[in-house]
Each structure stands twice: as C-alpha cells, then as structure tokens.
Design a protein around this ligand. Structure first.
Ligand code: NAP
Length: 318
C-alpha cells in the first residue's frame, strides 16, 4: 500500500516526486519506458531558470530524477497500463503488477504530433523540432519553415520571426484554421510567407536539415524546398488514454480541473501538460507538480485524521 503514486516523469511528475519524497511519503513514480517527458527530445534549454549558460533537456531531466531519488522516490521505468479510481485505495497496474495507493498524481503530459515522414526522426534536434520556444534561437538569420495552420503554427511562426531571416508556413489547405487575429498577424508579417495546399513528404539532410520534399495536394507536383529548420505545429495529444472513464476529460482528451490541481476524483491530482493547454512550459509544469504534491500531502493528513478518528470511535464502541 503506497501513500502517493505519481504517473509520469516530466518536470511535473518529478517535481511532485521531489516534494512528496521530502515530505517522507516515499512516492512511487511510474516514469514510463521513455521517461523524462518532452524535454528528452530537445537539445539546449535556455529558458529554465537557474541555468544561465543553458542546459541540455535530457541532462535537466536526469537532474530532476537524481534529486527525487536522493530523497527516497522509488522510480520505475515502466508504463502504467490501467487504473481504477472508482474505489479506495486507488489501484494502478503496470503490466501484471498491481499497486494500491491513497493518492495518485497524474502527470503523463502531452505528446506533440509529428508528421511521421521519412527523415523526420533522424533529424529531430538537428533542424526538426516541435518547440519554437525551445529551439528557435538556434536558427538566427536562417530560413525557417513552420508546418500547420492553427493558432499554434501562427504563434510559432510569429515567434520565429525574431530569429529567422525568413519564415515560411506550409499548410495543407488554402485557409487557416487559426483565429482571425492570429491569422491576420501572421499574414501581414513582412518576414512570413505561405505555401498553401501543400504538405511535407520527407525531410532531407545528413547531419542537419537542408531541405523538405513537398507535395502540392491540388496538382500533385513535388518540389524540393530548401530549409534550415522545420517546426511542426500540428497539435498535441494529451496522454490520457488510460484515464478515459476514470477521470473527467474534455472533448480533446485533456484532464478537466477547476484549479489545475484537483481532478473530479478526490485524492487524484493532476499536474503539467496533461491538463495545461495554454502554457506548456517545463517551468509551469514543474510548478503544477509542486502544487499537486502539496495538495496530496494535505489530503493525506486529512485522511489520516479521519482514520484515527474512526479507530478511536471503533475502540470506544468495543
Ligand atoms: P489545431 O487548432 O488543431 O491546428 C492544427 C493544425 O495542424 C491545423 O491547421 C491542421 O490542418 C494541421 N494539421 C494537423 N495534422 C496535420 C498533418 N498531419 N499534416 C499537416 N498539417 C496538419 O491545433 P493547435 O494550433 O495546436 O491549437 C490547439 C488549440 O489551442 C486550439 O484551440 C487553439 O485555438 C489553441 N491555441 C491558442 C493559441 C492562442 O490563442 N494564442 C495558441 C496556441 C493554441 P487543418 O486546418 O487542415 O485541419
């Protein structure tokens, strides 16, 4: 029987683990086979406070992990395969192994969608990215391409104009999905141009991205489009499949919470990108993980007080 189980090992999950471990709750963290969250896919992180010279994403996550382990967090590199939050204690399965816990913190994050085209996986971190905030500054005075037609793509394109000599948005249709204000801003920007009705069919480059193979979806024509960087902004998917039917999810799959900490099940808390559709930053996720852990601690104190009172009542009655 555990006091706190944390599902996820990005900044939210591991910050929750550090706080819960320092509160002597000996949290069990299911880090997943691909532990560390989205920062494991980035190179230099320059906006995480405390690292004036920057830090590599994987190195930062290793530090989070070491810090959590130092205070007694038990970290399993396993995926949680099922949960039962309908009765207490809560049950969590990792394959055949079954665990029970008084509280659960859900910090499973969201995964950026990738294009899934040839060359993309090899060039990740070497010109191909899903995070302009993380990687944009590496492409000063370069030709940057953004794929997508939604608000994220417009936001990324506008942000990237700070760095690139030119930013090209490639969109599969001839109209944008983005809100009018964002679309108007991008359409009017002197550094941004658009390639319509087209999609990327391959990323080209040996050690770094050098070009994209494009296909025009109207004419079928294929062209080679030189580019130094590709930012993919075609949406994120929250990692919530195992919580369907257990926690309230919004229509896009994100966990519903009125305050970004509590879920609809008392004793089950949330933190990070699995809830946050707005900020999606390592530092905001870490802050949410901290809050989730403090709330779990408070919940456990109340639970213990109730149990003691129940025990005292039972003794008095006998
Ligand atoms: P989104 O609105 O779902 O847009 C995704 C875009 O990517 C769409 O234009 C879509 O094309 C395109 N796309 C999807 N799969 C693709 C593929 N395989 N290949 C090429 N293109 C593909 O996602 P989002 O932009 O991340 O926004 C998510 C939510 O957050 C939205 O509600 C948005 O308004 C909100 N948001 C708001 C702001 C802001 O207000 N500042 C900023 C970011 C996000 P189609 O258009 O053809 O479907």
């Amino acid at each position: 029987m555990e006091r706190v189980i944390i599902i996820g090992s990005g900044p939210a999950g591991l910050t929750a683990a550090i706080y819960a471990a320092r509160a002597a709750l000996e949290p069990v963290v299911f880090a997943g086979y691909q532990y560390g969250g989205q920062l494991m896919y980035t190179t230099e992180v320059e906006n995480y406070p405390g690292f004036p010279g920057g830090v590599l994403g994987p190195e930062l996550m290793e530090s989070f992990r070491t810090q959590a382990e130092r205070f007694g967090a038990k970290i399993h590199n396993e995926d949680v395969t099922a949960v039962d939050f309908s009765k207490r204690p809560f049950t969590v399965w990792a394959g055949d192994a079954r665990y029970e816990s008084d509280t659960v913190i859900v910090a499973t994050g969201a995964s950026a969608r990738w294009l899934d085209v040839p060359g993309e996986a090899n060039l990740r971190g070497r010109g191909v990215s899903t995070c302009a905030t993380c990687d944009g500054a590496f492409f000063k005075e370069k030709h940057i391409v953004v794929v997508g037609g939604g608000d994220s793509a417009m936001e990324e394109a506008l942000f990237l104009t700070r760095f690139g000599s030119r930013v090209t948005v490639i969109h599969r249709r001839d109209t944008l999905r983005a809100s009018k204000i964002m679309a108007d801003r991008a359409l009017a920007h002197h550094k941004i141009d658009f390639v319509w009705n087209s999609h990327v069919v391959a990323c080209v480059g040996d050690n770094a991205l050098s070009a994209l193979e494009l296909e025009n979806l109207v004419t079928g024509e294929r062209t080679t489009f030189p580019a130094d960087a590709l930012f993919i902004a075609i949406g994120h998917d929250p990692n919530t499949a195992i919580f369907a039917g257990q926690l309230d999810l919004d229509p896009t799959g994100y966990i519903v919470s009125t305050d970004g900490v509590h879920t609809n099940v008392p004793g089950v808390f949330v933190g990070g990108d699995v809830y946050d559709i707005r900020y999606k930053q390592a530092i905001t996720a870490a802050g949410m993980g901290c809050k989730a852990s403090l709330e779990a601690e408070k919940y456990l104190e109340e639970l213990d007080a109730e149990r003691e009172a129940g025990g005292a009542l039972a003794t008095a009655a006998s």
